[in-house]
Design a protein around this ligand. Structure first.
Ligand SMILES: Cc1cc2nc3c(=O)[nH]c(=O)nc-3n(C[C@H](O)[C@H](O)[C@H](O)COP(=O)(O)OP(=O)(O)OC[C@H]3O[C@@H](n4cnc5c(N)ncnc54)[C@H](O)[C@@H]3O)c2cc1C
Length: 366
C-alpha cells in the first residue's frame, strides 16, 4: 500500500503515471475524493487523485460528528473514534436546555478518518499525489497542475470542496455559504451529548459544543454576510461557558473553520469536450442546509460518482444522468425540508421559530 502521508516527488509522479491521460482524475482527497478514487481503482481503472494539502486531513476543518448508524467500507471505527455520543441537548436563547434521545453519534478524529480513507484508496490501486494543486480546468477537459504538468483524463471527478474549481469549469457554484469558526477547548467534566446553541445572533447558523474526551470542539457558524461578527460571537460563547464552569477559561487552541454550502444540491455532472465530469461531496452542494453535516454525503456521493464514471467509461451512456438521479433520491427530500426551515428562521428568528427549525424538534419533521 502506498502511503499518502507526505508529498510525492514530481519525478516519481511522472514515472508512475506515464501517460498524460489517466482514465480518471480525482481532484481533492477529502472523504468524497478518497471514496471515489477507491471505487474507481478497485474496478480496474487507472486513477490519479490530486490533493493540494501536503498531509491528508490536515488541518482539520470540521466539528467531527457523524451519526452512530454511519458505515464506511474498511473503516475501523475504534481507530478513529474519540468518544460516543448518546443524545443532543438544544439550548434556545436563554431558555432551559432540552435533551433529546435518538441522536446517537460518534466523535471522530477527522484527520485519522480522512487518512484511513486515503490509505484505502491507495490500497485499491489509486495513485495519490499530495502537495499539488489543480490550477485550471480548460473547456476541453485538460487540467493544469501547479507543478506545471497538464493532464487530460477521460473522466474527471470534482471532489474539491465548497469552492470547487472543477464545478466552476462546468458552470456550478455553491452560492449560499455558512462561514464557521471553531476552537478546541478543555472540558471541566466528561460529557456525553452534543450541545446546540440556537440564537438570533447566529444568523443563518448556530453554535455547537461537541465533546471528544477531555476536550471539545466549540464553534459558531453564521451566514456569509455576518462573517465579520464570527470572532466576537465565538469569544463571547467561550467566556459564557467558562463562567458557567463547563470549560476551562484558559483553553482555546487549534483555531480552525471553513465554509459550508447551505444552498442545496447542485447538478452533479457535465461534460468538458469528450471528458465526463462528476461532482461529489461539498463540490456538489451535498451538506444539510440546517445542520451543515456533509461527511456522510461526501462518502456516499464519492462512491456513487466513482461507480458512475466506471460505468460511463465502460459504455453506459446514461451513467452520469443515473448518478444525478441517485443523488436526488437520496438527498432532495431532506435538503428541501432543511431549506424551508432555514429560510423561515432567516425571516423570523424568535425562540419558537429557532426551536422548530432545528432537527431535535418534532415540528421540524411535521
Ligand atoms: C467548521 C466545519 C465543521 C463541520 N462539521 C461537520 C460535522 O461535525 N459533521 C459533518 O458531517 N460535517 C461537518 N462539516 C462538513 C464536512 O466537513 C464536509 O461536508 C466534508 O468535509 C465534505 O467532504 P469533501 O470530500 O466533499 O470535501 P473536503 O473535505 O473539503 O475535501 C476537499 C479536498 O479538496 C482539496 N482541494 C480543494 N481544491 C483543490 C485543488 N484546486 N486542487 C487540489 N486539491 C484541492 C482540499 O484541500 C480538500 O482536501 C463541517 C464543515 C466545517 C467547515
Amino acid at each position: 500500500m502506498s502511503c499518502p502521508d507526505g508529498a510525492r516527488e514530481d519525478s516519481a509522479f511522472t514515472e508512475r503515471t506515464g501517460a498524460q491521460r489517466p482514465d480518471v482524475l480525482v481532484v481533492g482527497l477529502g472523504p468524497a475524493g478518497a471514496r471515489a478514487a477507491a471505487v474507481a481503482a478497485a474496478a480496474g481503472l487507472q486513477v490519479l487523485a490530486i490533493e493540494r494539502r501536503t498531509r491528508i486531513g490536515d488541518p482539520v476543518q470540521c466539528a467531527e460528528l457523524v451519526s452512530a448508524a454511519f458505515t464506511v467500507e474498511a473503516m475501523r471505527w475504534e481507530a478513529v473514534t474519540a468518544q460516543g455520543i448518546s443524545r443532543m441537548v438544544t439550548r434556545v436563547e436563554d431558555e432551559p436546555p432540552e435533551s433529546a434521545e435518538g441522536f446517537a453519534g460518534r466523535m471522530i478524529s477527522r484527520r485519522q478518518f480522512d487518512q484511513r480513507l486515503a490509505e484505502h484508496a491507495a490500497a485499491c490501486g489509486a495513485l495519490l499525489v499530495l502537495g499539488v494543486t489543480v490550477s485550471a480546468v480548460a473547456a476541453d477537459g485538460r487540467v493544469r497542475l501547479s507543478n506545471g504538468q497538464t493532464l487530460w483524463p477521460r473522466a474527471l471527478i470534482g471532489a474539491d470542496g465548497p469552492r470547487s474549481r472543477v464545478g466552476a469549469a462546468i458552470g456550478r457554484a455553491n452560492r449560499e455559504l455558512v462561514v464557521a469558526r471553531q476552537v478546541t477547548v478543555r472540558l471541566e467534566a466528561p460529557y456525553d451529548a452534543t450541545d446546540i446553541f440556537l440564537r438570533a445572533e447566529y444568523r443563518g447558523g448556530y453554535a455547537w459544543l461537541f465533546p471528544k474526551g477531555r476536550d471539545a470542539n466549540l464553534g459558531v457558524g453564521v451566514d456569509h454576510a455576518s462573517r465579520e461578527r464570527l470572532k466576537s460571537l465565538l469569544e463571547a460563547l467561550h467566556s459564557e461557558l467558562a463562567a458557567d464552569g463547563r470549560i476551562s477559561a484558559a483553553s482555546g487552541s487549534m483555531l480552525t473553520g471553513g465554509l459550508i454550502p447551505v444552498g442545496g444540491r447542485l447538478r452533479a455532472f457535465g461534460r468538458l469536450g469528450t471528458v465526463a465530469v462528476a461532482l461529489a461531496g461539498d463540490a456538489a452542494g451535498l451538506t444539510n442546509p440546517v445542520t451543515g453535516a456533509g461527511i456522510e454525503a461526501a462518502v456516499r456521493s464519492g462512491e456513487l460518482a466513482g461507480r458512475a464514471v466506471c460505468a460511463w467509461l465502460g459504455g453506459a451512456g446514461e451513467a452520469l444522468q443515473d448518478y444525478e438521479e441517485e443523488l436526488g433520491d437520496l438527498y432532495d427530500g431532506a435538503y428541501a425540508r432543511a431549506q424551508r426551515h432555514r429560510r423561515a428562521v432567516l425571516r423570523c428568528a424568535d425562540a419558537r421559530s429557532l426551536r422548530r427549525g432545528w432537527i431535535s424538534s418534532p415540528e421540524y419533521w411535521a
